[in-house]
Design a protein around this ligand. Sequence first.
Ligand SMILES: Cc1cc2nc3c(=O)[nH]c(=O)nc-3n(C[C@H](O)[C@H](O)[C@H](O)COP(=O)(O)OP(=O)(O)OC[C@H]3O[C@@H](n4cnc5c(N)ncnc54)[C@H](O)[C@@H]3O)c2cc1C
Ligand SMILES: *[C@@H]1O[C@H](CO)[C@@H](O)[C@H](O)[C@H]1NC(C)=O
Ligand SMILES: *[C@@H]1O[C@H](CO)[C@@H](O)[C@H](O)[C@H]1NC(C)=O
Ligand SMILES: *[C@@H]1O[C@H](CO)[C@@H](O)[C@H](O)[C@H]1NC(C)=O
Ligand SMILES: *[C@@H]1O[C@H](CO)[C@@H](O)[C@H](O)[C@H]1NC(C)=O
Length: 536
Amino acid sequence: MRVSTLISGLSSISGLALAQTTIEPEDFSVVDALADLGVDVTEIPALETFSGIETRSTDKACAAACESLSFLFGSKISNPSSTGYSNFTDSFWSVQQEEVQPRCVFRPSKNTDVSTAVLLSRFTGCHFAARSGGHAAFSGASSAPGGISIWFKDMDAVTLKEDKSVASIGPGNNWLTAYSALEPYGLAVIGGRAASIGVGGFLLGGGISYHSNLYGWACDNVESFEVVTASGLIVTASEKSFPDLYWALRGGGNNFGLVTKYNLYTIPAPTLYGGARIFMETEFGDVVNAWVNVANNASVDPHAQQYVAFLSNSGMNLATAELTYTKNVSNAEIFNQYRSIPAISDTASPKTLVEYVEYLETENPSGLREIYWPISAALDEDYALWVVETFMSMLPEMAGVSGAQPVIIFQAITEPMLQNMKNFGGNALGLEDKTVPVHIVHVSCWWDNASDDETVYAFVHKFIDKVTEQAKTLGLFDEYVYMNYASMFQDPIAGYGDANKARLQSVAKKYDPREVFQTLQPGYFKLNGAPVTRTW
Ligand SMILES: Cc1cc2nc3c(=O)[nH]c(=O)nc-3n(C[C@H](O)[C@H](O)[C@H](O)COP(=O)(O)OP(=O)(O)OC[C@H]3O[C@@H](n4cnc5c(N)ncnc54)[C@H](O)[C@@H]3O)c2cc1C
Ligand SMILES: *[C@@H]1O[C@H](CO)[C@@H](O)[C@H](O)[C@H]1NC(C)=O
Ligand SMILES: *[C@@H]1O[C@H](CO)[C@@H](O)[C@H](O)[C@H]1NC(C)=O
Ligand SMILES: *[C@@H]1O[C@H](CO)[C@@H](O)[C@H](O)[C@H]1NC(C)=O
Ligand SMILES: *[C@@H]1O[C@H](CO)[C@@H](O)[C@H](O)[C@H]1NC(C)=O
C-alpha cells in the first residue's frame, strides 16, 4: 500500500504568482534573467565580443559559453584532457556516447546553477545536452558534441518529506543510490530494475519497474517535478500546479526543461523473490505460452513481474526468463507454469531491492557498442512465437560481427499498468485507452567495432521491418514506441498519437516559446521526428 497520496504539492518557488503570468514573456531578456541570478554579463571577459544575439552552436559560441561557465563556476567546469572530463566521457553505458567530445562538462550543484547554464547557452548560442545516468545508447543523447554537457552527478541528494510519503531525488542519482538512501527508512520508490540506470532519463520516458503491475510505471508515481525552464525559472509541476507541464514530463522526455528534483511517492521497502530461469530451445513454445499467461494474469496477481530474453550463446539457443515477485514468496501460483518447464538453471532467491538491482546490473555490462530498438503489438501468443522463430532464423546473419550479442526481449504492458496510467490526470504515452495488453518486442545488441555499426543497424532494421509487417498483416501492430528503449531511427512522440503529440507541442510552446530545449538541446527524441532519418 502506498503510504499516503493525500499530500499537497511540495513548495514551489513563487508558484502562485507565476501561474498568473506567462512563463516567458514576448520581451523576455536573457541578460536581465542572468542579472536576476546575480550574473552580470558585462563582467564576463569571454562575453566581451557577444552582443546577446542568439546564434547557433559555432566553435566561437561554445568557447565563449564554456569560458563564461569557467569564470563563474571554476572547478565545476571540466575541459578536455582533465580527469573531470575523462571521468564524464568514460562512464557512459554505450561506447557511442563515450566517443562524443563536448567542448566542456559542467557539474552544477544546485538548481540555479542549471538556470545559469541554460541562459548562457541562450546568450551565446552554444548547444547543450544533459545527463543523469547516461544509459541512453546512441550518440549525442546525453552528451553534446562540441557543446556543453551538463552532468547532474553532484545533485544527488535524497530527502524525505516529513510524513515520509514523498522522496525527493536529485537527478544525480541512479536507482542503486536512490534505493540505498531510502532502505534504512524501510522505504522504496517505483523505479528502475538495474543499479546504474539514472533516475533522470528513466522517469521522463516512462519507467518499467518491478512494482508496475501494482502501481503503474515510474512516471505514474511522480508527485511533482522541480524544473528549470528555458527562461531559467524554477517551477514545481504537479497535478495541482502547472498540471500541463506535469502531464508532459510524464513521457515527453527532455523537451520541456531540465528536472532538478523528482518528488516520488514512496512505498514500503520490499523483500523480493526472483531471478533468471534459463530454458533450452526445445522449451521455447512452452516459455512463450507461460509468458503470455503470466502477462494476462497480471490483474489476478499484480505482485508478479517478468521479462523473457531469447538469444544464442556459444551456439546454443536459449530463453532466459527474469521472474520477480514483489514479496518474499518462492512458490507464487502465478509462476507455476514456468516452474513446471524443465530449466537448465534458476537463480531465484530472496533479495532486497538494492540486492536485486545490483544483481541485474551484472547482466548489462557497460563499455560496448549498443543499440536498443523496440516495436509494439497487441499481445498474441502465435505472433509472439513467430517473432522468436523469425529472430532465431536470422541470427546466422550476425555471425561475422565481432563480439555481437543480439537479443530479443519480451515485455508486456499489462492491464493493471494501463489502468494505473490514468492516475493523476494521465501521462503522455497515449496508452491508457488500450483494452488488451501491449507486447513490447525489444531488440538489443552489443558488439565490438565501429566498422560493424552499419551491419548491425541493417540487421536490426531488417528484423524490425519483418516483425512490423507481420504485426500489421495480423492486425496487431501498435504505433507506440517506448522512448526509453527507442533507437535513433525512431520517433516515439509520433507513436503517442496525433492528439498527444499536438498537446505536447502546445505545452512546449507555452513553457519554452523559443524552443530552446528542442533546438539548443538537439540530442535525443524531439517533438517532431526521429533523431536520425535515413532510407534503408
Ligand atoms: C542496462 C539497462 C537496463 C535498463 N532497465 C530498464 C528498466 O528496468 N525499465 C525501463 O523502463 N527502462 C530500462 N532501461 C532503459 C532506461 O530507462 C533508459 O536508458 C533511460 O533513458 C536511462 O536514463 P538515464 O538517466 O540513465 O539516461 P541519460 O542518458 O542520462 O538520459 C536520457 C535522456 O534523458 C535526458 N535527461 C536525463 N536527466 C534529465 C533531467 N534531469 N532533466 C531533463 N532531461 C534529462 C537526457 O538529456 C537524455 O536525453 C534500461 C537500460 C539499460 C541500458
Ligand atoms: C575522477 O574520478 C576519480 C575516481 O573516481 C576521482 O578520484 C577524481 O576525483 C575524479 N576527478 C574529478 C575532477 O572529479
Ligand atoms: C524469505 O523467506 C524465507 C522462507 O520463508 C525465509 O527463510 C527468509 O528468511 C526470508 N528472507 C527475508 C529477507 O525475509
Ligand atoms: C493464470 O493463467 C492460466 C492460464 O490462463 C490459468 O490457468 C491460471 O489459473 C491463472 N491464474 C494464476 C493465478 O496463475
Ligand atoms: C574488432 O574487435 C576485436 C576485439 O576488440 C579486434 O580484435 C578486431 O581487430 C576488431 N576488428 C576490426 C575490423 O576492427
